[in-house]
Design a binder for this molecule. Structure first.
Ligand code: C2E
Ligand code: MG
Ligand code: MG
Length: 746
């Protein structure tokens, strides 16, 4: 506090530094300079003019901290009250006790402390009459620093009294101002924490600094990345500098300010001058070096500079936060690899598009690169990335603004834009190679979702789009799957059904029907296929062609299959009891069941529990499962075959068979699909295909069964071609076990 004025430019912690350039004004401030640039003021209140003049005389050569306080006078308590009310910054009052009245001085003190609420001002009571001394308690209560008899006041004593009181006043003031300043900084930090980005942050910095020092908002904030200091970009400006926003430092007209900011950025230091402050904030990995200039029009005092330092620390943290937030924003809303919007951005934009009441005329397209995974697997991830970059470029070319192109994941992109711009022609354009994409041919699957036809929220729209694009056929150029509410309704119906199926399994709404398999030559029943049946509590029958695909999709096919096997075993036991010990029952087995290693053990357990030979229970697998089944399916099937379960190929002719696989599977029966039986007698070609299948089965030493025989003509034709067995409405529809038993008995 007792530093000479020259020192006030240097912060105690070295945070501030003098700018050596001559353009800056470092001159000693005026000789009346004090706290906050205001002269200190002493008020003498006395009705004794002679005494007042001697006080003035005695203080005429008096200097406090290098400057001369202002000496004000009042002749009465009333006049003094007015002066004090107008100027609350008077530091010391030398007050006569007896004036208009015996207690005029004390009344004035009460007025100052209690009415004007001025607790800072130091009060020195002077009295000519020893008997007029107030009570000690009163002195304390009114915070009166000194009480003197005028006769005791010497020149020297007066000066030491004044110095002591001025010092106390300054301390009180600076504590109060610091408290107030810190409060402002806390508020400023809150305001800065709400900043939406660097620009907003800079504006707030200038505003808060100006508030803190009670000056107008004339300021500049600039950032320097890797470029030279003069190329630093002005990201915030206010007041008389408002125009220079977004320019570089070198375009700034004011040489002094330009050089001060450049110097600050280059030397990484803050600068204080008699009329401005330049604050430097060191950059981090995340935030660039930043400098802020504020015109203060005056020197800052110790308290203010300390506050500035606290403020600067706060800003630095704020800057890092802002940088972090923008980086998080980038991570959250941008695709790192392709520098384009990501799913979050799409969702945000979709949300605002969906908020509009229809017609919105907005459509979302989903694009998937069909050859991406293949390309990555065979040529590596670099080739994959190249391909993604190519499609990203082409997407941006074909769908310019106002369309928004976003990458959702891997090779899936979405475009949101005006409906009239989203057509099949655009997809063909995408597939055409361009120079920018190294002449790559792209094979694209696309789906189109018109927001006016979509009833749900953004996230559901994205999910629906992703599902749609999965339905798009690969390789069909320009082929787009359209969102269709009817299809979606069917999907949700299926969803409801899938829940009901779960219930049905629990509550045994599922049963089986047996369809006889007959020897074409002898007409003898050799066995039956066990088929699942679902009758809902309301009596409605759900056909297997509906519920089996659902069960396969949601995994319920596993418990369902187990139940059917259980029924089949129970039926075999019942047949045995009725003396039909040579009959064979077959069950259908899906890919999902066969893919589970536990399946073999479960099958063995089922026949063992019922005391049955595995040879009585045949497993029907479709041709596609037989051909495409994975390793697990292959080994499960092999172990079941080895245990003694016969295996037949169902729906033969509808898939692609490799003769080699057919042979290796050691299948005992081939069931020719109903579609071939249906077309018997239509054309020579049709006939010869069916004929060929029968011969093929026999060559591979399999029994051949024809599915779906409905007419005698079909039966006769098949018998003539050497087909062994038949299963169809001609010999019997699927029926309950009891009906089947009756059939056997007749
Ligand atoms: P699939 O295994 O090929 O069964 C034969 C289907 O053809 C049965 O239909 C049967 O009723 C029908 N069918 C038999 N003869 C004729 C005929 O002369 N004319 C006509 N138009 N149809 C005939 P269903 O019972 O509706 O079963 C359909 C499919 O559902 C089955 O085809 C099978 O793939 C599947 N499925 C049925 N039950 C199960 C099961 O328990 N598990 C598994 N995984 N699939 C099953
Ligand atoms: Mg079958
Ligand atoms: Mg079949």
């Amino acid at each position: 506090m007792d530093k000479k004025p020259e020192d006030t430019n240097k912060g105690s912690s070295g945070f501030f530094e003098f700018e050596p350039e001559p353009a800056f004004d470092y001159s000693t401030p005026s000789d009346e300079m004090t706290l906050g640039g205001q002269p200190l003021k002493i008020l003498s209140v006395d009705d004794d003019e002679t005494f007042q003049n001697s006080l003035r005389l005695s203080l005429s050569g008096f200097f406090y901290r290098g400057s001369k306080p202002q000496f004000l006078t009042a002749r009465s308590a009333t006049q003094a009250a007015r002066i004090l009310a107008d100027d609350p910054d008077i530091s010391v009052i030398l007050l006569d006790v007896v004036m208009e009245t015996d207690d005029a001085g004390l009344r004035l003190v009460r007025n100052i402390r209690e009415m004007q609420g001025n607790a800072d001002i130091r009060i020195v009571l002077l009295t000519g009459q020893p008997g007029m001394a107030p009570m000690r308690a009163t002195l304390e209560q009114l915070d009166i620093s000194d009480y003197w008899l005028k006769t005791d006041i010497t020149n020297e004593r007066l000066q030491s009294i004044v110095v002591g009181n001025l010092r106390t006043w300054e301390q009180i003031r600076s504590i109060n101002r610091a408290r107030h300043g810190l409060q402002s900084i806390v508020e400023a930090s809150n305001s800065l924490a709400r900043a939406a980005g660097m620009e907003d942050f800079s504006r707030r910095v200038i505003h808060e600094l100006a508030q803190l020092f009670g000056v107008s908002e004339d300021g500049i904030v600039c950032v320097r990345d890797d470029q030279p200091p003069h190329s630093a970009r002005i990201i915030g400006s206010a007041g008389r500098f408002a125009r220079v926003l977004n320019q570089t430092l070198e375009t700034l007209d004011d040489t002094n300010i330009r050089e001060a900011l450049a110097h600050s950025l280059r030397e990484q230091t803050s600068i204080a001058t008699a009329h401005s402050q330049v604050l430097f904030f060191e950059g981090t990995e995340l935030a660039p070096h930043t400098a802020a200039y504020l015109a203060t029009g005056r020197h800052l005092d110790d308290t203010e500079r300390e506050l500035l330092e606290v403020f600067a620390t706060n800003i630095s943290t704020g800057l890092v936060n802002i940088a972090l937030t923008s980086r998080l924003n980038r991570i959250a809303y941008e695709d790192d690899l392709l520098d384009m919007p990501n799913r979050n951005t799409l969702r945000r934009v979709l949300e605002s598009a969906i908020e509009i009441t229809p017609p919105r005329n907005r459509t979302m397209m989903m694009i998937e690169l069909n050859q991406y995974s293949r390309s990555c697997i065979s040529l590596g991830i670099k080739q994959g990335n190249l391909m993604l970059q190519a499609i990203a470029n082409r997407l941006n070319e074909v769908f310019p603004k106002p369309c928004i192109v976003a990458r959702l994941h891997e090779d899936t992109f979405a475009i949101l834009g005006p409906s009239n711009l989203m057509d099949a022609e655009k997809i063909s354009q995408l597939e055409k190679p361009s120079d920018a994409s190294h002449g790559l041919f792209l094979d694209i699957a696309a789906a189109r979702l018109d927001l006016d036809r979509f009833p749900g929220p953004a996230e559901e729209a994205i999910a629906a789009g992703l599902l749609l694009v999965k339905r798009a056929r690969p390789g069909e150029a320009g082929h787009i799957v359209h969102y269709d509410p009817d299809v979606e309704e069917a999907t949700s119906l299926r969803f409801a059904l899938s829940r009901d199926l779960y219930e049905a399994l629990q509550s045994r709404q599922l049963e089986v029907a047996l369809q006889p398999q007959v020897d074409l030559l002898s007409h003898k029943i050799i066995g039956a296929e066990v088929l699942a049946r679902w009758t809902r509590p309301n009596g409605v029958v759900v056909p297997p062609c509906i519920f089996i695909p659902i069960a396969e999709a949601n995994g319920l096919i596993v418990p369902l299959g187990r139940l059917v096997v259980e029924y089949a075993c129970e039926a075999l036991v019942a047949l045995d009891r009725a003396g039909h010990t040579d009959l064979l029952l077959s069950v259908n087995v899906s890919a999902l069941q066969l893919g589970r290693t536990e399946f073999a053990a479960e099958m063995i357990d089922a026949v063992t529990r019922h005391g049955l030979s595995p040879a009585r229970l045949e497993l029907e697998i479709t041709e596609s499962v037989a051909m495409e089944g994975d390793k697990t399916a292959g080994s499960v099937l092999a172990s079941l075959r080895a245990y003694g379960f016969p295996v037949s190929i169902d729906d033969f002719g509808t898939g692609y068979s490799s003769l080699k696989t057919l042979q290796s599977l050691k299948v005992s029966k081939l069931k020719i699909d109903r579609s071939f039986i249906e077309s018997i007698g239509r054309t020579e070609e049709d006939n010869s295909i069916t004929d060929m299948m029968i011969q093929l089965g026999h060559r591979l030493k399999m029994t051949v069964l024809a599915e779906g025989i409905e007419t005698e003509a079909q039966a006769t034709w098949l018998l003539e071609r050497g087909c062994d067995l038949s299963q169809g409405y001609l010999t019997g529809r699927p029926e309950p076990l009891s009906a089947f038993m009756t059939r056997l008995a007749s």
